[in-house]
Write a protein that binds this ligand. Sequence first.
Ligand code: ADE
Ligand code: ZN
Length: 340
Amino acid sequence: MATNALTPSGRSLLKAELHVHIEGAAHPDLVRKLAARHGTNLDEIMRDDGTYIWSDFTTFLQCYDRVAAVITTPEDYADLTEDYLLRNAAEGCFYTEFFLSPDHVALLGMSYDNLLEGVTEGLRRAKEICAKDGFPIDARFIVTCLRHMGPEPAIEVARRVAARPHPLVTGFGMGGDERMHSQLAFKPAFEIAHDAGLACTTHAGEFGGPESVRDALDHLPVTRIGHGVRSHEDPELMKRLADEGILLEVCPHSNVALGLYETLSDHPIEKLMAASIRTTVSSDDPPFFATSIGKEYDALQALKGWDNSVMEAFTERALEAAFIDEASRAGLLSRLTKGD
Ligand code: ADE
Ligand code: ZN
């Protein structure tokens, strides 16, 4: 577990995480447990030390799919959701937004309804445990389409979500291989989701350059961008992001692990902040990148020498941009202000 920066009262800084892919959050110990449950062989996915086997973005996405293939039932998803939320809570994270991918579970013959059944049960269990421990938590779900599957399957996903409103499914997004298709191609899918009342975000400016972020801002109804870090290559785009109040879901260790930047010191988060762009910190696919939400906060704080108020401002911006109803947002923000 990460060592956490502590407040003067001795508790962990309160954290909020907006960008984590549910299958990418699967801790190796949990994956081993699920593999034993289903008799799955993990030799090609995981080394003996629990690290996942991949070497670049393409093989990362392949490994991700193979890990996802071990998570096959609603009970598996309940266990995964509970496990991750308890890990986050142990690091002071009291609000999490998960990306759910109906396309992944469909490959395993699981329905969207079964996926929701699993993750909502996991959230219920985690909330109960955390409430008993005196550290209440909450979470919401963002349904994603996969960019490399193309615009037509994305429309199917958006239609399915729009047809089954769920109080905990509050957002729509897109992950997958940014080197394929354009953001514009997914406009019909995003419009279906947006018209159904879902807030939107998309991965952009990770493996695509600034033009991918501009493509998203020009054509998709997004208020947040997943990553967006390559915007720093274009000063005009940085000004636009700041002027439009677009929030970036920055995942520093993911960007380093996937080779965008050599080290954390080379990461542009500080440049983006200096350009008045709203930034938050998340872990993306934590065990794949040897990270956690606690490590993201701690490593940045240690590297930059920022005080706790700078770190808590990441949490505040995350809550302000969270895909959550206003009453719940107010409750979370007031807890952050009170510091409990
Ligand atoms: N799916 C899981 N992690 C991702 C990432 N970093 N970029 C795009 N799609 C993803
Ligand atoms: Zn991501």
